[in-house]
Design a protein around this ligand. Structure first.
Ligand code: URA
Length: 228
């Protein structure tokens, strides 16, 4: 028997509730990363990546400015359907001014190509735009200072999907302390954009047996992208 509109609505609400409860069980709070003002404005009035880069300027908002060589803003298609968000530039990225160009970056490029795309088709950036000394993990004040620019980048691009690479990137975007091993391979909602966490390519260099896990995650992502 056909369902009434009321029954259909009840079912959808039930599904949403189940989804939110599953996210909450994984420690994911509704992100208090506020989407920058203007998100509901018409596309013509949204900032472009060039505007965001201009606003960032020769940034001195956190202590990393004093040790960096240069800002590593992001690279790729400014209207990409898919954005990869990593952690922070390393030595190679700091030297070249482009994210994911070192060994981990080469592995990320291989992953993107195995998905049938080129680096230029997607957009690649990090939660931090400057290299932490000795590649130490990002600190809270640095993440906080850089966060508005990441959000504006995402707003300017308007991707259909986000892939968060590794714990710090996923935890920052989803505002959770939950381990990446529990979050990976599942889609989460980031301001209406499906976000898939997976292991960071640098982790795969240290743990090559997990490459197949990431490939499973990428297959999920490709499937969702094909359906969209
Ligand atoms: N690791 C990252 O998270 N980002 C880069 O740009 C390079 C390595």
């Amino acid at each position: 028997m056909e369902k009434s509109p009321r029954e259909e609505l009840r079912e959808i609400v039930g599904q949403i509730r189940g989804h939110l409860e599953a996210q909450r069980d994984l420690g994911v709070e509704v992100a208090d990363l506020r989407w920058p003002a203007g998100a509901t404005a018409s596309p013509a009035s949204l900032p472009t990546l060039d505007h965001v880069r201009e606003e960032l300027g020769d940034c001195t908002r956190c202590k990393l400015h004093s040790t960096r060589t240069q800002i590593v803003f992001g690279v790729g298609n400014p209207k990409a359907d898919l954005v990869f968000v990593g952690e922070a530039p390393g030595a190679d990225e700091d030297a070249q001014g482009e994210p994911f160009v070192g060994r981990a970056g080469q592995l990320l490029t291989k992953i993107i190509e195995a998905m049938g795309m080129r680096r230029e088709d997607v957009y690649i950036c990090n939660i931090l735009k400057c290299r932490p000394p000795n590649n130490r993990p990002p600190e809270a004040d640095e993440i906080l200072a850089c966060q508005p620019f990441l959000l504006k980048q995402l707003q300017a691009i308007g991707p259909k999907f986000i892939c968060a690479l590794g714990g710090p990137s996923t935890q920052t975007l989803l505002q959770t302390k939950e381990a990446i091993s529990r979050l990976r391979g599942k889609f989460f909602d980031f301001h209406g954009i499906p976000l898939l966490p997976t292991f960071h390519p640098a982790y795969l260099l240290r743990n090559p047996s997990e490459k197949k896990t990431v490939w499973e995650d990428m297959k999920l992502l490709m499937q969702r992208m094909r359906q969209s």
